[in-house]
Design a binder for this molecule. Structure first.
Ligand code: DX5
Ligand code: ZN
Length: 224
């Protein structure tokens, strides 16, 4: 199932509730929340209070992408705030198995994220534990960056591993995913598509989401 995870990082924060509603009426079925701490990535965004504030605005799952050092410290707070899925970067988790278990123990879906420079093989041991793997298709930290074409091989590699191991985790992609790059990632095996700047645009959010999904679903029909 192809899904659009709209990234609120690119939304007009002064009209966040309206913009989220528009992304959803255009077909968005996951709300992607980029949490940045100014340490792991060179940018600061938002934390549990914002998750708490947007929770009553939507019934779609809140997919919290933690770009932070020491995620274990904050996982309970995100659960209390209403997060449904938490993804943590393999690059910051000294005890990745323990962190994923902590997320699951708090009733949320656990996911793991790979930076562009991190080999897919790093995840081998935890693949059976995750709801999805998030493959960064830019270096994390900012919206509006250019898609890295090498990501296509990485997504296909992960999809091959999933087949060989008989697992059913989903593959999410994040960064520079837009109307011109979405077909390639879908054909490589991605099915949770994060998009921010390709979706949020004053007056065009709903239409952008519809067009984006039309292109993505057409690529899925063609298959690999
Ligand atoms: C980047 C974030 C992304 C970002 C994507 O670090 O993880 O979720 O919002 O933005 P676009 O779609 O604009 O590349
Ligand atoms: Zn993200």
């Amino acid at each position: 199932m192809i899904e659009l995870a709209y990234s609120i990082l690119a939304a007009d924060f002064a009209h966040l509730a309206d913009e989220m509603a528009r992304a959803e009426s255009g077909g968005g079925t996951i709300c992607h929340v980029d949490v940045m701490d100014g340490h792991f990535v060179p940018n600061i965004t938002f934390g549990p209070p914002v998750v708490h504030a947007i929770r009553p605005l939507t019934s779609v799952p809140l997919d919290c992408h933690l770009m932070i050092e020491d995620p274990d410290k904050f996982i309970p707070d995100f659960a209390t705030a209403g997060a449904d899925m938490i993804s943590v970067h393999v690059e910051v988790c000294r005890h990745l198995n323990r962190t994923l278990q902590l997320i699951t123990d708090h009733g949320m879906k656990a996911a793991v994220v790979l930076n562009p420079a991190t080999p897919v093989e790093m995840l081998f041991e935890v693949l059976p534990m995750v709801h999805h793997v998030l493959v960064m298709t830019v270096n994390p930290g900012f919206g509006g960056q250019k898609f890295m074409p090498r990501s296509l091989d990485r997504i296909a590699h992960l999809a091959r591993l999933r087949r060989e191991l008989g697992l059913n985790f989903r593959i999410e992609v994040d960064g520079g995913i837009a109307h011109d790059t979405v077909s390639g990632v879908v054909q490589a095996g991605a099915d949770m598509l994060v998009a921010g700047s390709a979706i949020f645009q004053p007056g065009k959010t709903e239409a952008n989401a519809q067009d984006f999904l039309r292109v993505a679903r057409a690529a899925a029909d063609v298959g690999i």
